[in-house]
Design a protein around this ligand. Structure first.
Ligand code: ARG
Length: 567
């Protein structure tokens, strides 16, 4: 189905056309002055320029046609040619009912078939996940769900960092501990210390560093012993990483990594050579990706290091070849920290130059900012070290659990509420911005929080439990202003999803959920639903509560958040 604004725009476009003007002038949007009207169309102004007529005259003609449409409760021309619009209650209720019954809950579906590959998560396989991994996972998951909700096919790929020196380092560290063997047997606590220990040694001991490089070279070039040990380590690593993503409710379709992309490096080199793009730079092979119009210098991208090994950019380019072959995506979205902007600029340009992609615009770096502590610096553990994701989650969970209501599902609920707090607290911010993590604020039942949204749904559940078995029908009347406001908030869902997709901005969905929950609060405070004696009125309010729940669940689903029955 169309979104509300699409539906109204359609009517206005037809009216412009009927008056002899271009069809596309009829864009309708929500009004800048909600006190005067709900919607407005400003098409008379561009029309005036195009047809050299006064905008008020055009607006007058168009509004005359619009008045014939019985879905409009009022059509008036204000100022120099603004068309102010209000629709009938009947129209609003019909639209609401359609939304509630629509399998996509009123979210318009893309017309053509499209595949979006989303590269998110991006953990380094040699280390446990830390708080820095939250944003890519949470934002990427939401973007994938938003793309899916608007009718796109999506492929979510975790793109593991599993092929570089970091793996050689942990292997060398294991070797030092006498534990690198055919059957690597280590506990998860031991696993968690490997990388940091290796990193400390690497800094102090050039021998260690050299040996780690050698091991890296060996497994990268197919040495059977090291490759088999690499495989075992990957298994151990993925178990821990997988568990953490499960807790966060983040699901990948693909667990590919740099190692899978590495199989396409040969093809990459051929493509670069064929186009004479490789330049020798002090023993390394690089591609000059700078352009005349660059205002800041863009350094060449390194493809092969002096020792012949591949680096980050190499596997990212090879991964594009792999993805083109396996999925022919229409777009690839990279949900990666803002600080990697230059890397992606280089990679995307190089991909275009090498002919790996026809147009560079299909490759999008969707960057994000950092999660900061109260001091405004990236969030750290209490002792000032890297904050492990499992500890971060545990803190939030413990705080939520302390306040959770008794009941058999207490722990399960606390888990869901904790995840909602983390995800909503992140997604309510525009992704490119940094934000400060504040446990108190994020887990509060009030304000722009996950708990507030979940609480709203739990209140609706409670009313329906008390109401007992009821048959609802579509209401015929809207009785109060607070109802009307809630209905408007619900009906904009389709439009919000369209703009969230367009702008790759999950915060639009989070804001919309908050608007709905806020409008619901006012509605619920004003109208005493269960004690209402007028059966039609009571039905209307219960129907609206049912619709609110359906629509909020749609929002939560897009944000990757699960609701709870009670709170
Ligand atoms: N593993 C990388 C890192 O830790 C992130 C990977 C992001 N995706 C990509 N295709 N480069 O920084």
């Amino acid at each position: 189905m169309n979104s509300l604004l699409m539906e109204l725009t359609k009517k206005a476009c037809e009216a412009f056309e009927k008056c002899g003007y271009a069809h596309d002038l009829g864009l309708v949007r929500t009004s800048d002055r909600p006190d005067l009207c709900a919607f407005q169309c400003n098409g008379a102004f561009p029309a005036a320029k195009k047809y050299r007529k006064a905008p008020s005259v055009i607006a007058g003609e168009v509004s005359k046609v619009l008045k014939e449409d019985k879905d409009f409760a009022s059509v008036s021309v204000k100022g120099a040619g603004f068309i102010n619009l209000d629709v009938t209650d009947e129209f609003l209720l019909k639209f609401l009912c359609e939304m509630v019954n629509d399998p996509n809950t009123g979210v318009p579906q893309a017309e053509k078939e499209e595949t979006i590959l989303i590269d998110y998560g991006g953990p380094n396989a040699a280390k446990p996940l830390h708080v820095g991994h939250v944003r890519s996972a949470v934002i990427g998951e939401a973007l994938k769900r938003i793309a899916k909700a608007t009718g796109r096919r999506t492929v979510g790929d975790v793109h593991l960092g599993d092929w570089g020196l970091q793996m050689g380092m942990v292997m060398k560290e294991l070797e030092d501990r006498g534990k690198l063997s055919d059957h690597i047997d280590i506990t998860s606590e031991e696993w968690d210390t490997l990388y940091s220990d290796a990193n400390a040694k690497k800094k102090l001991d050039p021998e260690f560093d050299k040996a780690a490089h050698e091991i890296t070279y060996k497994f990268q070039n197919g040495d059977p012993m090291y490759l088999s040990e690499w495989k075992q380590l990957m298994k151990i690593s993925l178990k821990g990483i997988g568990k953490m993503y499960d807790i966060l409710g983040v699901q990948f379709d693909l667990w590919h990594g740099e190692s899978d992309a590495a199989k396409y490096v040969g093809e990459l080199m051929d493509a670069l050579e064929k186009r004479n793009l490789l330049i020798d730079s002090m023993g390394a092979k690089v591609v000059d990706v700078s352009r005349e119009e660059d205002t800041a210098p863009i350094p060449p991208v390194i493809i092969k290091k002096t020792d012949g090994s591949d680096i980050y950019a190499t596997t990212d380019l090879a991964a594009i070849i792999e993805r083109e072959k396996l999925f022919q995506p229409d777009e690839i979205w990279y949900v990666v920290d803002n600080r990697q902007a230059l890397h992606f600029k280089q990679v995307f340009r190089c991909a275009k130059m090498a002919g790996i992609v026809e147009n560079e615009e299909k490759l999008l770096h969707l960057g994000f900012g950092t999660i900061n502590g109260p001091d405004g610096k990236p969030l750290k553990s209490r002792d000032g070290n890297v904050l492990k994701l499992s500890d971060f989650y545990k803190d939030v969970y413990t705080s939520v659990l302390a306040r959770a209501a008794e009941g058999e599902d207490r722990e399960e609920n606390a888990h869901k509420i904790a995840v909602a707090a983390i995800k909503f607290g992140d997604l309510i911010n525009f992704r490119a911005k940094d934000y400060i993590f504040d446990l108190e604020k994020f887990t509060s039942y009030e304000g722009k929080t996950g708990s507030f949204i979940l609480y709203t749904i739990s209140r609706i559940n409670s009313v329906f439990r008390k109401a007992g078995k009821i048959e609802l029908h579509v209401p015929e009347e809207i009785y109060t202003d607070s109802e009307l406001n809630l209905i408007y908030a619900l009906l904009l869902t389709g439009d919000k999803f369209l703009s969230a997709y367009e702008d790759k901005a999950p915060n639009v969905i989070a804001e919309s959920a908050f608007d709905i929950a806020g409008a619901f609060s006012s509605f619920y405070a004003e109208n005493k639903v269960l004690s209402e004696t007028d059966e039609e009125k009571k039905n209307a309010w219960l129907y609206l509560m049912h619709a609110t729940k359906v629509v909020l669940l749609k929002h939560l689903d897009a944000l990757g958040i699960e609701a709870v029955e009670r709170m």
